[in-house]
Write a protein that binds this ligand. Structure first.
Ligand code: ADP
Length: 639
């Protein structure tokens, strides 16, 4: 016996289970998924046959065939495409969601996939959707161009394992045989199958056929009817992107989108256009309604489907889009590229560059238009994709300013959840204000309470609140309409530089606290890069400030928590000359330069600054003991 029993991978089992329990109200999509796989298999065979005609086995009539056997309870979807070898069947049909890792499963479980079937849809459950309606699935397959006795039979009841066996299979390609569950027998109905094909797969460019029984007039006995079986084509096979826009309904666009994206929700937006002239291509693009859950993982498969003169060449062709627009899905059909183009050939191909530029321009144009004309919808879009646009600001040098214009931020001046753009910020800038200020934080509340905002509150300057982890990397290098973006947490702010009198006052204060600053600097030289008077603090006594080019403390903490090495950078300790504490410290210094109390205060000062930036004191026990001693009225440790 050659039959072998094998276990599914753990993630596969979990996903299978999750899928069956979350997609129960979307069962009918199984047919779309299986037809889509069959159509892909035909695309592959046709593509390979361009260089090796032997795989055709003399048969060029590619088609997908659906057969219903009511009595046996079987629904079969067959194709004469590329087929699978034994190894391929084991790996391809044994792993769900190719980029599937444990993290994805966890993410899905956490996000309650049950209530959001579109989430699980994003993983391309594909083949496994067969188990939505079948309690057993049998796959017969044979690689195109191989011997008939290299066929395989794969079978599973979705109980965690599958069997694989060798069989003889005359025709190339694959039969997916569904043993339909008794309570799902509506899928054994001709009419139901026909309407599902029409609904979901009408635009598939290959023929989808089914044998149907028909009553026709008998040719032998006049006046009598006889039953015959006839092959009927169920789909109209029109490549939707080649039709005129006015000939396509919204519903058709939506179904096509679901076909290529495996999404269950309708797309947020459709962009359909063609270009003629030196470069000729048609492009049908979609923005999904929600950001794909795995879009920030490196396994995320970006890219559009590339067709050349209606022949599908490549899925996930990443060269047609910049990385930061990787949420865009769709197809590009080029008339200029050669049919035998390969992934490698697309590298540095000037035609591809032209298409990529055109698509980038078109998509950004649409987004801008949305912002200007349909702001509420834009905010929805931005909530999903703003994080990606920021990548664009960083990496797309040419369009840095154009993409910056699209950004929205929470701000100290925005009410509730409303957001502000850079243009709105500039419009509301105070007199004498030169730069655009922002603070990075993990949430809006934390930002609002930050001591780093004190001077801005006093002066009435707006501060943008940046909550994405990449903000620190991106925003520091942005200049928008001639105005620099500056972090309120970093560098010497000099917000008062315009004010002559203040500068005089500052000089006086510097002279007054010179001795104290020197002392603190000496004592903390291992921990801080320097000490200076603060122009950002109004109430709090002190804070730590990184240099302008240095890493933001949020980022630093995040990297450290991920176990990453962070280059050591000594921050500057800023002290608030208006705080009575420093009067007191300066007075102590005047009477006793060696004062133990002053040393205790200096240590505490540094720990307070650490706490204010969101870090822990250097030595928590020592910190607590110092505070407790002060509370007990006995600040200096007895020697
Ligand atoms: P996807 O189609 O997103 O890759 P599926 O779970 O639907 O995911 O299918 C997994 C893999 O199984 C496919 O990538 C393909 O390699 C193989 N496969 C599925 N159906 C067929 C078929 N009819 N012919 C050939 N290979 C198939």
């Amino acid at each position: 016996m050659t039959e072998k029993k094998m276990e599914f991978k753990t993630e596969t089992k979990q996903l299978l289970d999750l899928m069956i329990h979350s997609l129960y109200s979307h069962k009918e999509i199984f047919l779309r998924e299986l037809i889509s796989n069959a159509s892909d298999a035909i695309d592959k065979a046709r593509f390979e046959s361009l260089t090796d005609t032997s795989i055709l086995e003399g048969d060029t009539g590619f088609k997908v065939k659906i057969a219903v056997d009511k009595e046996a309870g079987l629904l079969t979807i067959s194709d004469n495409g590329i087929g699978m070898t034994k190894d391929e069947a084991i790996t391809e049909l044994g792993t769900i969601a190719h980029s599937g890792t444990k993290e994805f499963v966890t993410a899905l479980q956490e996000s309650k996939a049950k209530d959001n079937p579109e989430l699980i849809g994003q993983f391309g459950v594909g083949f496994y959707s067969a188990f939505l309606v079948a309690d057993k699935v049998t796959v017969l397959s044979r690689k195109a161009g191989a011997d008939a006795d290299t066929g395989i039979k794969w079978e599973s009841t979705a109980d965690g394992s599958f069997t694989i066996d060798d069989v003889k299979k005359e025709g190339k390609g694959t039969d997916i045989i569904l043993h339909i569950r008794s309570d799902e027998d509506e899928y054994l109905d001709d009419w139901q199958v026909r309407s599902l094909v029409k609904k979901y797969s009408d635009f598939i460019e290959h023929q989808i056929v089914m044998d149907v029984e028909k009553e026709v007039d008998s040719t032998v006995a006049e006046g009598e009817k006889v039953k015959i079986t006839e092959e009927e084509t169920l789909n109209s096979q029109k490549a939707i992107w080649l039709k005129g826009k006015s000939d396509i309904t919204g519903e058709e666009y939506n179904e096509f989108y679901k076909h290529i994206s495996h999404d269950y929700a309708d797309p947020f937006d459709v962009i359909h256009y063609n270009v003629e002239g030196t470069s000729e291509f048609t492009s049908l693009l979609f923005i999904p309604a929600t950001r794909p859950v795995d879009i920030l993982y490196k396994e995320y498969q970006m890219g559009l489907t590339l067709y050349v003169k209606r022949v599908k060449i490549l899925d996930h062709c990443e060269k047609l889009l910049p990385q930061y627009l990787r949420f865009v899905k769709g197809v590009v059909d080029s008339s200029d590229l050669p049919l035998n183009v390969s992934r490698e050939m697309l590298q540095n191909n000037s035609q591809v560059e032209v298409i990529k530029n055109s698509i980038t321009k078109k998509v950004l144009g649409r987004i801008k238009n949305l912002k200007e004309k349909e702001y509420d919808r834009y905010v929805k879009f931005y909530t999903e994709y703003g994080r990606l646009l920021k990548e664009g600001v960083h990496f797309d040098f040419e369009r840095k300013e154009a993409i910056s214009e699209l950004l929205l931020f929470a701000s100290t001046k925005s009410e509730g959840d409303s957001l502000r753009s850079l243009d709105q910020y500039i419009e509301g800038m105070a007199e004498g204000q030169e730069d655009i200020y922002y603070i990075t934080a993990t949430n809006k509340e934390e930002a609002g309470n930050s001591p780093y905002l004190e001077v801005f509150k006093e002066k009435g300057y707006e501060v943008l609140i940046m909550l994405d982890e990449i903000d620190d990397m991106v925003m520091g290098s942005v200049e928008y309409k001639g105005k620099k973006l500056k972090s309120v947490i970093k560098g010497d702010l000099n917000v008062d530089s315009e004010d002559k009198e203040k500068t005089e006052e500052k000089k006086e204060l510097e002279a007054k606290f010179k001795g104290l600053i020197g002392l603190i600097e000496g004592q903390l030289k291992e921990s801080v890069g320097g000490v200076r008077l603060s122009s950002r603090l109004k109430d709090s006594p002190c804070c730590l400030v990184p240099d302008e080019g240095a890493m933001d403390p949020n980022m630093e903490r995040m990297l450290k928590s991920m176990g990453q090495e962070v280059p050591e950078h000594k921050k500057t300790l800023e002290i608030n000359p208006a705080h009575p504490l420093f009067e007191k410290m300066a007075a102590i210094l005047e009477t006793d330069a060696e004062s133990e109390l002053l040393k205790e205060y200096t240590e505490l000062l540094y720990d307070q600054a650490l706490l204010l930036e969101g870090s822990k004191p250097k030595d928590s026990t020592a910190f607590v003991n110092r505070v407790a001693r002060i509370m007990a009225g006995n600040p200096v440790e007895p020697s």
